[in-house]
Design a protein around this ligand. Structure first.
Ligand SMILES: C[S@@+](CC[C@H](N)C(=O)[O-])C[C@H]1O[C@@H](n2cnc3c(N)ncnc32)[C@H](O)[C@@H]1O
Length: 237
């Protein structure tokens, strides 16, 4: 829970949905400028490292405006095999407009799909919005076929004090006003303020790794870049 933002899980869900609904049309622009255009390359490399190849049937959970979905589509090379799910209508509307894939409204904890229908499942930068990781990971296991692969991208609170300081300077101090400058929107700047708050309070790696193991995933591993960007991979047995 982030103090001062909401007090209950229902309040949090409503807050997050409203925040992303209002910020949706600015999300991609902030992503491009704020991360100097590196976000799409990082996402693509992470997908390839996790074993995504042409012809796989893929679900991108928390697809938002489609930042991960777009890279999936390039690799899979067939839009009929690519699905995105997200609870926020505003984010889905942007994704729908800019991308050829199937988009549905849905939460990680309750996915609107049959059992065992996907070869690969991804989730980018949304674990921090999920109340109970085990519930979401059981859903991921359910919709993946045996041998199906999982990729979770998430920011990790840096362990080293100086990395934490730099992260705070950039994400906490610089990015919210920079987002306002780029977009002229207070909603965009609030979305980025909350982004930092959730990084600072985000789920620690051992909790994510433990929940994956408890949910029955195998070959679980984590790769970290710059002490802050984590990619978690696993395989459904
Ligand atoms: C920071 S955006 C990430 C978008 C995209 N995956 C990316 O890599 O940029 C977080 C997204 O998580 C979605 N979200 C929030 N709670 C969720 C939940 N319980 N299940 C799935 N998605 C959720 C939000 O609607 C939002 O679109």
């Amino acid at each position: 829970m982030i103090e001062g933002r909401y007090e209950t899980e229902t309040g949090k869900r409503q807050f997050v949905r409203d925040l992303f609904n209002r910020g949706a049309r600015h999300y991609d622009r902030i992503g491009t400028v704020g991360f100097l255009g590196t976000g799409s390359l990082y996402r693509r490399l992470a997908l390839q490292r996790a074993g995504l190849v042409k012809g796989m049937r893929v679900l991108d959970v928390a697809c938002g405006t489609g930042a991960v979905t777009r890279e999936i589509s390039k690799i899979v090379a067939d839009p009929t095999l690519v699905w995105g799910a997200d609870p926020t209508p505003g984010m889905l509307a942007v994704a729908h407009k800019g991308l050829e894939a199937q988009f549905v409204q849905g939460r990680a904890e309750e996915l609107p799909f049959e059992n065992g229908v996907f070869d690969f499942l991804s989730m980018g930068y949304a674990l921090r919005h999920v109340a109970d990781l085990s519930v979401a990971f059981r859903e991921y296991r359910r919709v993946l076929r045996p041998g199906g692969r999982l990729l979770l991208l998430e920011i990790t609170r840096p362990e080293r004090a100086w990395v934490r300081f730099l992260a705070w300077m950039y994400f906490g101090i610089a990015l919210p006003p920079l987002s306002f400058l780029i977009t002229g929107s207070r909603d965009a700047s609030e979305m980025m303020s909350y982004y930092w708050e959730t990084i600072d309070a985000c789920v620690p790696p051992h909790t994510i790794l433990g929940a994956l193991e408890q949910s029955g995933f195998k070959q679980i591993h984590r790769r970290v870049e710059l002490g802050i960007f984590s990619a978690y991979g696993a395989v459904r047995d």
